[in-house]
Every structure is written in structure tokens, then in C-alpha cells.
Design a protein around this ligand. Structure first.
Ligand code: AMP
Length: 401
């Protein structure tokens, strides 16, 4: 079975075509500037075919999907002979609210439910819906489409973890609660970690640290998410590349009053100009921050210290929540590639009997155990693979039809 994985944004569309017999990525690519002008980078990964990397008109997502299918099936850039070889499509959908605790086959009712979640993710869900409609438009209704939700994995959180201490009617009437995000990533790395440890996930207490441009931590007890640091929106929890993370709401009132900002401007500051970028004034990219800190930039160093400290505090709170931890996982851009940040976080974890192995931590490559043999808690670097989870869920759902 060949599955096309789609991650549609408002003006972009990422894709991978995966052969599920071998779990090989046949081709991947990115459409950008959809609705503006258009650019497609298409990279075939088998058969020695050429890369396509050019501007081309993409007025809507339907033209983008059509261009992707055209490249996937073309003689020069293609990896399949016709669209008929694509058996199913798996879509990343950001918000499934309380309606979706697992991936589902998309039908009219599911589309309606995804639409009902738009108020929770006003930028993302409409783009995901557009991506699904574009695939139906170009590929027809006979090709099954599956929705895989960022929030689904966290639906196992108990009420004490997802309830906000505001009047309860806001939850009952409006769905105001912690939902959590990056669920597909936390699910993948926790399952992979159990596999690497050679133990059933049902027996393990794991903490997964997804640290990229957006960052979140998840407490996974017996394979189930029991708490996570992002909340109603992906703005809270850890300080991120440009997002503020946890913040006293009173700060917003103060800044808005003093500088005459409206709520949209305020949220723009908290989403786009805060986090390690805001603190350092240098960059949202940890590579730039490490370079600047190395040259003596105090605010870059503060931003990095603040990040490590924030991660360590959340990890500590999740050890308390689960009454123990067997392994801590680092993943995503920073988690996979920044040994200094991993070491900076591990420095706080000595009380757990957790000991990092500097040599292993410096090693490149995937699925690395970076704690010493004596460490009471294992530390793992596990590259995340959200596309593979989407493709596997799609295969499982479609095979059962
Ligand atoms: P992601 O959102 O998972 O794609 O992560 C992107 C982020 O990973 C970038 O903004 C960088 O901050 C970080 N990153 C990527 N490579 C490195 C590296 N070699 N060292 C430190 N940080 C890195």
C-alpha cells in the first residue's frame, strides 16, 4: 500500500509518499506561497529521478495537489506510474477537540466535526480542511482519506490535568480546557523508546521532550498521555523559538494598557516576538543563540539558560505527577541536534539519579541512549517521525475497511 501524507498550512502544503510494505519514503516535497504566486520543491528519493524546484502558479490548494500528483507520476520526477497507485491519503489535522481520541476515516460527519473545532485552531483547522477538500477534488471520493489529530493522543489526560481553574461553566459551555499538541510526535517517540528499551510500554513511565521551534513536554504513563505542557493553544508551557510559554495573564493587561495594544497585537507579540527570540533579541534559532552566547552575548546565554531551566522544571513536575520516571526522551530540531541544551537540562536531573554520558551525548545519529550505564533514569535521543505515524494510522484504518 502507498500512502500520501499531507500537512496543509494556510499557504503551504508538505507531503510525503510512503510505501507501507517497507515504510520507505518514495518522495517528499513542499508547496509554498499557495494563493500568492507559488513554488514547488519535489524530491524523489528512489529511482534516481530529478529534483523539481521551481516557481509555478498555485492559486489554490487544489492546484497545489494537482501539481504534486503531476510530479509524483511524471517520467522525469515521478516515483509511481499513475495516481491509481496511491491507495490512501493521511492528513495531519491540528485540532480534534474532545471529539477525536484517535485517527479516523474522513467522511461528511468527520468534516463537520473538524469544522466545529475551528474556533479552537482558527489558523490551522481551516487550512487542514482545505487540504482534505483539495485531495477529494483532485483524487476523487474513492481514495480513502484519514485524519490524524495533534490533540488526539492527549485525550487520555485525566480531568485534574486538563481542567483550568476558571469558572467551570467555561469548560462545560465552551470547551475551555487543556488540549495539548504534538501528540503524534509524543506518541511516536514514546512507542519507539519502549521498543528500544525492550520493555512493554504499559510498564513504563516516560517523559517526552519535543523541543523544536514549538516545544512541549508530555508525561506518558503506561503508553497514555497523562499531562502535557501546551494547553488550550500551543502558546503556553515552555518558552519557545518565538512563543512566550507560561505567563501571568496580568502581564498582558499591564502591557496592553501601558502601550495601547489591542488583544490581537498583544497575542502577535506573545506568538511571534517572544520566547528565546524575545529574551535574546538575537534569534529564535538555537544555533544562532549558541554562537552568540559563545561570543559573550549575555542575553543569548540567558535565553538558553531560561529554556533549559524551564524544561527541567516541567520534567520535575511530571516525575511528581507519575510518581517516577523510567526514561526521558529528547526529540525534534533542538532535542535531536543540540547536545549543549540536552546537557544543560540533564544538569538539573541529578536528584533523580540521572547521569548523562558526555561522549554518547556528543554522538550524531538516530535513536541514541545518552545516559550512562549506571544512570537510574535512561536518557534517549529519538528522532521524531510524525509522517510515519500518519501513514501507519492511515494504513491500519484503510486495511480494516
Ligand atoms: P523543528 O521545529 O523541530 O523543525 O526545529 C527547528 C529548530 O531546531 C531550529 O529553529 C533550531 O532552533 C533547532 N536546531 C536545528 N538544528 C540545530 C542544531 N544543529 N543545533 C541547535 N539547534 C538546532
Amino acid at each position: 500500500m502507498k500512502v500520501l501524507v499531507i500537512n496543509a498550512g494556510s499557504s503551504s502544503l508538505k507531503y510525503q509518499l510512503i510505501d507501507m510494505e517497507t515504510e520507505t519514503v518514495l518522495a517528499k516535497g513542499l508547496c509554498e506561497r499557495i494563493g500568492i504566486d507559488g513554488h514547488l520543491k519535489h524530491t524523489p528519493l528512489v529511482g534516481g529521478k530529478s529534483v523539481f524546484n521551481e516557481d509555478l502558479p498555485l492559486p489554490t490548494h487544489s492546484e497545489a495537489i494537482a501539481a504534486v500528483i503531476d510530479k509524483l507520476t511524471s517520467a522525469e520526477y515521478g516515483v509511481v506510474s499513475s495516481m491509481k497507485e496511491i491507495d490512501a491519503v493521511g492528513h495531519r489535522v491540528v485540532h480534534g477537540g474532545e471529539k477525536f481520541a484517535s485517527s479516523v476515516l474522513i467522511n461528511g460527519e468527520v468534516m463537520k466535526a473538524i469544522e466545529e473545532c475551528i474556533p479552537f485552531a482558527p489558523l490551522h483547522n481551516p487550512a487542514n480542511i482545505t487540504g482534505i477538500n483539495a485531495c477529494i477534488d483532485v483524487m476523487g471520493r474513492d481514495v480513502p482519506q484519514v485524519g490524524v489529530f495533534d490533540t488526539a493522543f492527549h485525550q487520555t489526560m485525566p480531568p485534574k490535568a486538563f481542567t483550568y481553574a476558571v469558572p467551570y461553566e467555561y469548560y462545560q459551555n465552551d470547551g475551555i480546557r487543556r488540549y495539548g499538541f504534538h501528540g503524534t510526535s509524543h506518541r511516536y517517540v514514546s512507542a519507539r523508546c519502549a521498543e528500544l528499551m525492550g520493555r512493554p510500554i504499559e510498564e513504563l513511565k516516560l517523559i517526552s521532550c519535543h523541543m523544536g521551534n514549538g516545544s512541549s513536554i508530555c508525561a506518558i504513563d503506561g503508553g497514555k498521555s497523562v499531562d502535557t505542557s501546551m494547553g488550550f493553544t500551543p502558546l503556553v508551557g515552555l518558552p519557545m523559538g518565538t512563543r512566550c510559554g507560561d505567563l501571568d495573564p496580568g502581564v498582558m493587561q499591564f502591557i496592553m494598557n501601558k502601550y495601547g495594544l489591542g488583544i490581537d497585537e498583544m497575542l502577535n507579540v506573545l506568538n511571534k516576538k517572544s520566547g528565546v527570540l524575545g529574551v535574546s533579541g538575537v534569534s529564535s534559532d538555537f544555533r544562532d543563540l549558541e554562537a552568540a552566547a559563545g561570543e559573550g552575548n549575555e542575553r543569548a546565554k540567558l535565553a538558553l539558560d531560561l529554556f533549559d531551566y524551564s524544561v527541567a522544571k516541567v520534567v520535575g513536575s511530571y516525575v511528581a505527577a507519575m510518581n517516577g520516571v523510567d526514561a526521558i526522551i529528547f526529540t525534534a530540531g533542538v532535542g535531536e541536534n543540540a547536545p549543549t541544551t540536552r546537557a544543560g537540562i540533564a544538569k538539573y536531573l541529578g536528584y533523580l539519579g540521572c547521569e548523562i554520558d558526555p561522549e554518547a551525548n556528543g554522538r550524531r545519529g538516530s535513536d541514541n541512549l545518552i545516559s550512562t550505564a549506571d544512570s537510574k533514569v535512561q536518557l534517549w535521543v529519538i528522532p521524531t517521525n510524525e509522517e510515519l505515524v500518519i501513514a501507519r494510522d492511515t494504513r491500519d484504518i484503510v486495511s480494516a475497511l
